[in-house]
Write a protein that binds this ligand. Structure first.
Ligand code: SF4
Ligand code: SF4
Length: 304
């Protein structure tokens, strides 16, 4: 459905587009009869900030967290590689952070998907329009009794209450990349771009090595203040990595770079634009072929 939502059957999504000010009724609390029923058999895409807070919460390195708690996947309708939460191999396919009595053991650091629930955020593109539209939907699963409660929210209130505004703020550049990739469809990113995307999206330890132990700082001229910040603060390094990724993939944003890095960036953008062009041509050829086929069939029907 979107970059945050779990794999939910379409039938449980209310067929109504919601805006930030639209209202819905919902309340979830320990003690509700369905407590914990939503924490199994689902897919949870992990954003870079989800991984950052969870691995810090658990006191693990990125490698340790990735091996123990994740498995590879890709973002719906894109070739972009990410990781999703690895569920337990029990009958219910439970979340590894779920405790029977207490509920979520990482509640204050839970992923964005869990925070949004029962709201889904959707980006949709009309065939004849280049831009994506954003709206929200309400997910109503039979087992979830929170919808029968009287507490009323606007979508904006809910997002604020659940802390997703802050999460989305940290990952803003990453979300822009994902949205853009969705609007391009399955356009072929080259392997180098996908590897960069995966490294930045899932493993900040690796990105740190990439910055401080490769020729990165020869190519990118960073202000001393910024350099100090990303050396001393993991969160600043994370934000920087996402800003840089947007620049590396789409040339968006401001970075002072060496001539060599300029050449590399322009080669990458050229390849992406060629891939896009080729994809458009293939689409047009296919549309023409389909049209010719339909006309042929129509003619045959009329002749007979
Ligand atoms: S992280 Fe917490 S809220 Fe999210 S599925 Fe797991 S137990 Fe449930
Ligand atoms: S009310 Fe819904 S979200 Fe809350 S515990 Fe029950 S099933 Fe999960």
């Amino acid at each position: 459905m979107d970059e945050f939502k779990v794999d939910i059957e379409q039938g449980v999504i209310e067929p109504r587009e919601l805006s930030a000010t639209d209202r819905f009724k919902f309340k979830c609390y320990p003690g509700i009869e369905c407590f914990n029923k939503c924490c199994s058999a689902m897919r949870i895409n992990l954003t870079p900030y989800d991984i950052f807070i969870l691995k810090n919460r658990l006191g693990l390195s990125y490698d340790e967290f990735l091996i123990k708690y994740t498995q590879p996947a890709s973002i719906d309708r894109t070739p972009l590689p990410i990781v999703v939460l690895k569920l337990l191999d029990d009958e219910e396919k439970s979340c590894p952070f779920l405790l029977e009595k207490e509920g979520c053991s990482v509640y204050t650091d839970r992923p964005s998907t869990c925070r949004y629930y029962p709201i889904g955020r959707v980006h949709m593109k009309k065939v004849d329009k280049p831009e994506l539209r954003e709206f929200f939907v309400l997910v109503k699963e039979d087992h979830c009794l929170g919808h029968k409660e009287d507490k009323e929210w606007t979508i904006d209130d809910w997002r604020q209450d659940q802390g997703v505004d802050f999460h989305d703020g940290v990952t803003r550049d990453w979300l822009e990349i994902v949205i853009k990739a969705k609007s391009l469809g399955m356009t072929e990113f080259n392997k180098g771009s996908l590897d960069l995307f995966f490294m930045v999206s899932s493993n900040l330890d690796m990105f740190r090595k990439f910055v401080f132990e490769s020729r990165f700082l020869d190519s990118y001229q960073l202000e001393p203040d910024l350099l100090d910040k990303i050396r001393s603060s993991e969160l600043d390094l994370l934000k920087f990595s996402l800003r840089w990724l947007r620049f590396a993939l789409f040339g968006e944003g401001n970075f002072k770079i060496s001539d060599e890095a300029k050449v590399k960036a322009s080669e990458r953008l050229k390849k992406l634009s060629e891939a896009r062009k080729q994809q458009m041509q293939e689409r047009e050829q296919k549309a023409e072929k389909d049209m010719a086929h339909m006309q042929e069939m129509k003619k045959n029907r009329t002749d007979s």
